[in-house]
Design a protein around this ligand. Structure first.
Ligand code: SF4
Length: 476
């Protein structure tokens, strides 16, 4: 089964397989422990951390509250700077826009910096069908492209790969000798990409923050591949979700500070690119033409609902994934969606609809670790509960902000069971009668209880009701 099939079904099957893969679990555990301790070390000052989180949460909420206006301002500013701005309602439209730009330049080769949105729209596959080759230049993404795999983490796409696997891939595709020297592997990968930058007709990148005030597109990276992809080819195309806009340049400073520290415990990245249009008169480098594609693809559905809108505060640091007990055991491939882990569970239902994703919000223990580390304080567990409710709601119920696929997990028998439970529990006589019956008939408890008894002992009512126990205690 491929990840493009119903993500819910895919997740259930793949999570079981991943749990049986001891090698994967061992390497994920090591990697996540390392990331968690690095984050802790770099954010050791609790007071500073909470202060910064409040600032960043405020910046993101403020930007979202003015989103339509800021998008217009961004568009005007970018147009002034000579950038062509495009809006894409869905994946198909985004891919078509990019392909049209490629056609206008008779482009055959595109070099790509890291961009999760381009993964979201399956750009590489679309372009390949049109005869345009897209080569990933982020080392993790390049490794996955050689392996015909998808990223399993939003910050470290190839975190599930060991150095031996990378060495074998490079040996097979690039003819390099087998080695376990990481520096040597990076050197091999980089030299394979050098010519791609020079030969590419187009460069594509993502955007971390788009500043409405100045039209600046900020790009955070560590390898320099983002800078090369956006400056060497004659045409640069940036693509991002509509939610990435912030009001002013000064907003970027605290967001950047928390983004890098939350992601991998790094105080600052090696490169921080601030792109303000194509090459100007008498400048010696930079693209001659520049485009920005702003993608909706379900984001306005989240935006329409005040609670769900908080999903769009995300700055894609990946900290929620690194701390999630489900993600750290099954890894990102099991989710079958572009964004795995807690952020994926709350954004994928908007991008793909609940029909395909209604099981994802249940892939959480609701322990709250994700919300505790989220730099912009997204209340992820609350949003998960809300999405579970929307999936269970009757598909025919009229609500102010319906979610695509509302009622995908709706079950009449389950609804009736809960109604019965609520009815009995809210009346003293009914509650007493039900609990007394349960204690008396406990010997009849079934030994198999749906999925619960696959991993747990059967649930059995206690020998005495709580009221009986309290009464006995008070009498002693
Ligand atoms: S939800 Fe929060 S923790 Fe998770 S990726 Fe987004 S900003 Fe980071």
């Amino acid at each position: 089964m491929k990840p493009t099939e119903a993500a819910s079904r895919y997740f259930k099957i793949e999570a079981v397989k991943a749990l049986d893969d001891n090698h994967l679990r061992h390497s994920l555990r090591g990697a996540m422990d390392g990331l968690m301790s690095k984050r802790r070390a770099t954010l050791a000052n609790e007071e500073e951390l909470q202060r910064l989180r409040t600032v960043c949460e405020g910046i993101r909420q403020h930007a979202l509250s003015r989103l339509p206006e800021l998008l217009e301002q961004l568009e005007d500013k970018l147009t002034e700077l000579g950038v062509h701005v495009h809006y894409a309602e869905d994946k198909q439209e985004a891919c078509t826009i990019i392909h049209q730009i490629a056609q206008a330049h008779e482009a055959k080769l595109m070099v790509k910096g890291k961009s999760m949105v381009s993964e979201e729209i399956h750009l590489n596959e679309f372009l390949a069908e049109q005869g345009v080759e897209a080569v990933e230049s982020d080392m993790g993404e390049y490794i996955l492209q050689l392996a015909h795999e998808k990223p399993t983490h939003i910050v470290m796409p190839a975190i599930h790969k060991t150095k031996d696997q990378v060495s074998e891939l490079f040996h097979e595709h690039l003819g390099s000798p087998l080695t376990d020297d990481v520096d040597e592997l990076i050197r091999v990968g980089r030299s394979a990409l050098r010519d791609v930058y020079r030969q590419a007709d187009l460069g594509l990148s993502g955007v971390n923050f788009a500043v409405a005030e100045t039209g600046t597109l900020c790009l955070v990276e560590n390898e320099g591949n983002g800078r090369l992809s956006t400056t060497v080819p004659p045409v640069h195309i940036a693509i991002t979700g509509i939610e990435k806009v912030v009001a002013q340049l000064s907003d970027v400073v605290p967001l950047y500070s928390l983004l890098t520290r939350s992601a991998i415990g790094q105080n600052i990245t090696t490169y921080f690119n601030m792109i303000t249009g194509p090459r100007r008169h008498q400048e010696l480098d930079g693209p001659q033409e520049m485009h920005l594609v702003l993608l909706d693809n379900g984001r306005t559905q989240a935006y329409a609902d005040e609670q769900m809108r908080q999903t769009l505060q995300c700055i894609r640091c990946g900290a929620c994934m690194n701390h999630c007990p489900v993600y750290t055991r099954v890894g990102g491939a099991a989710y079958g969606t572009t964004y795995p882990g807690p952020i994926g569970e709350i954004i994928s239902p908007h991008l793909m609809g609940l029909d395909d994703t209604h099981d994802l919000p249940t892939a959480s223990s609701l322990c709250g670790a994700c919300a505790e580390v989220c730099p912009v304080r997204i209340p992820i567990p609350d949003l998960l509960i809300r999405l579970r409710t929307e999936a269970q709601r009757s598909p025919n119920e009229v609500v102010p902000h319906p979610i695509r696929g509302q009622g995908a997990a709706h079950s009449v028998s389950e609804q009736m069971a809960w109604r019965l439970f609520a009815g009995v529990s809210s009346h003293a006589f009914g509650y007493r009668l039900a609990t007394q019956m349960a204690t008396r008939l406990r010997a009849l408890t079934p030994k198999r209880q749906l999925g619960w008894t696959q991993n747990h002992v059967p649930l059995r009512p206690a020998a005495k009701t709580l009221h009986q126990m309290v009464k006995e205690k008070n009498n002693t």
